[in-house]
Design a protein around this ligand. Sequence first.
Ligand code: GDP
Ligand code: MG
Length: 671
Amino acid sequence: MGGSKMPNVEDGMSSLSIVNTNIHERLPIEAPLVSSYNDRIRPLLDTVDKLRNLNVMREGIQLPTIVVVGDQSSGKSSVLESLAGISLPRGQGICTRVPLVMRLQSSHSPEPEMWLEFADKRVDTDEEHVAEAISLTTDAIAGSGKGVSDNPLTLHVKKAGVPDLTMVDLPGITRVPVNGQPENIYEQISAMIMEYIKPEESIILNVLSATVDFTTCESIRMSRQVDKTGERTLAVVTKADMAPEGLLQKVTADDVSIGLGYVCVRNRIGEETYEEARREEELLFKTHPLLSMIDDEIVGIPVLAKKLTEIQAVMISRCLPGIVQKINEKMDNSILELNKLPMVMTSTREASRTLMNIIGSTKLSLLRILVQVDFSEFPNDQNMKSTARLADMLGQLTDNLQAQQQPQNVTGEFLIDEIKVLEECKSIRLPNFIPIPAFLALLSQRVDSIQSKPVEFITQTWDYIEGVLLSILTKYSANFPQIQSSVKRAGRNLITKIKEQSVNRVIEIVQMEKLTDYTCSPEYMTACTQKIASQETFINAVLNNTVCNLTSSGFGSFQISHLRKYNVQLLRQAFDMKVRITAYWAIVVRRIVDSLALYLQFSVKHLVNSQFQDEMEAELMNLSGGGGVVEKMLEESPSVSSKREKVEKSIKLLKESKDAVAAIVDQNSGC
Ligand code: GDP
Ligand code: MG
C-alpha cells in the first residue's frame, strides 16, 4: 500500500496533479512516460479548445465536455476550486448562477494567467481577485438578484500544475426557491442542466456530498435520465471528512449506478491554503480509521484530476471523427445556403442581362418540358411531366363528351327530344324528308349542352401551364427574391391573356358546329345505314310491345309505352332524325376534340417559341412602363445582407474548425 497519494516529485504525476505553484516550481522535468502521454493528449485538447473557442457549439456541433452537476451545496464549486487551485465564490444559497466554463491549462510560466470571457468581452484577473471578478460578471450576465441565466461565462486558468481540463460548472439544483428567486427556478435550472448533460459527448461529473443518501440526490435522478447505465457518469464524493462512517460501503455498493466510478475527496475548509488542504486530504485518507480502508485508487483530488484527464482524452478521440463529419456536413449546407442567396448586381447593364437570362432560361425550360418531352430538369416532379398531364386532360374531355353522345332528354325518355323539335318545325312538306331546321335545332341544342366542357378544358390546361411556368420562374429567379413577385406576376398576366384568347377561340370552334351539318367522313353514312336498319323493328315494337331492344344498332333497350300516342309517320321521322343526329354527333364530338388538341399544341408552341420571350421582355424590361424590375435587382434587402453575413461568418468558422481538426486527424492517422 506504499507510496504517496499526493502526486509529487516521486510519482512523476505532476502534470496531472493540483499542487501549489511553489511546490510545482521545485519539480524536476516530467518523467518520460507522463510527457509522452501528455504529448499525445495535448494536441487533442488544443483542438477541442480551439473548436470551443471558435464557438462551433453555435453551429450545433457538440464538443466533449465535462459537466459538473450536483445538488446545491454539494461542493461543486469546491471541487473545481481544488482542481484549479483557485478560489471560486462559495457559500450558502445559490452562488453559481450562470454556466461557468472552466478551461484549465497547465503552463510552464511561473506566473499564473487568468481571465474571464463572456459575450465577446474579456476581463483579466488574478488569483486574488478571481472570486470577486466571477461574482461581478455573473451579476452582469444574470442580474444582481438571485436569478439564473444560461449565457455562459468562461474562466481561463493558465497555471503550472493544473490538469488540462475543460469543465462546466452549473447552478445547483434547488427544489424550493429562496427569497428573491423566481418561482420557476427549479425548472430553469433543470432545463439548463439537461441541455448540458444530454449530448452523448458530455461527461457527467456528479458531485455528491458524503453527508447525504445518494439515492435521494436530485442530480443523480437527472443524470440517470440521460445516461441510464452511467457509462459517462463519474461521481465525486465530497465532505468525506464530515461523514466518514459508511462511506466505504456507499461507494462500493454503488446503489446509483455510476459507470465511471467514484472518487472521494476532501476539499479546502475555511481559510486553508491549497497545499494545506491537499496535505490534510492526504493525511485524512491515510490515517482515518474508516477512510484509510478505501482504496487509494479512488481517493483524493490528484486521482480525480488524473481520471478526468484520461476520460476526457478517451472521449475526445472517440468524438473527433464524428465532429469532423459534422463540420463537413454543416459546411456543405452553409455553402449551399450561401449559393442560394440572392446575388448583388452592380450595374443596370448587369441587372438587365441577368433578367434576360432568367427569361431565356425559363423559355428553354418551357421548351423542354412542354414541347420536347424532356423532363430531366425536374425528374422527380410528376406534375412537371406536362405532356402526359395534358394528354390526360384531353382524354378526360373525350370521355366526358362521349358520355354525352347519346344525351337523354330531360325526362330520360327515348325519342322525346326529336318528336318535340319535329312538332315545332312542322311545315307543309312531304313527310319523308327530314326538315333541315329541325335537325339544326336539335344539333344546336346538343352543341349548347356541351359547350362548357371544352371551355373548362382549355381553362384547365392553361391553369396547369401557368403552374408549370410559375414553378420554372420561381426556380430561375430564386436568387433574386426582390424581383421574384414581379417576374411571377408578369408570367401570370401573360397566361391570363392567352387564356382569354384561347377561350374565345374554343367557343368559336364549338359554335361553328351549329352553323351547318357537314362531314366528308364516310363513317357518317355507314353509321346511318346500320342504325336505320332497325327502324321497322322499332315501329313494330311501339305497335305491339312495351319494351324495345335496339342494342344491335347502338340505341340500347328502353320503354316505349310513352310513344304509343304518336302517329307512326311522326315516329318514323323522329327515329330517322335520331339515327342521323346520333351518327353525326359522334363526328362532331371527334371534330371538336381534334380541333382542340391541335389548337392547344399550336398555342403552346406559339407561347414557347415567341410569345413568352416577347411579352415578358416587354413587361419586365420597362418597355411598357410597368417595370422598375431592373432597378430592384440592384438593391439587396437588409434581411438578405445580414443573412449573407451570418452564413459567410459561419462558413469561415467551420473552415477554421475543419483546418484545426484536419491537422490533428492527419497527425493521428500518421502514427
Ligand atoms: P456548491 O453549491 O455545490 O457549489 O457547493 P460549494 O462548493 O459552494 O460548497 C458548499 C459548502 O460545503 C461550502 O461551505 C464548502 O466549504 C463546503 N464544503 C465543500 N466541500 C467540502 C469538504 O470536502 N469538506 C468540508 N468539510 N466542507 C466542504
Ligand atoms: Mg457553486
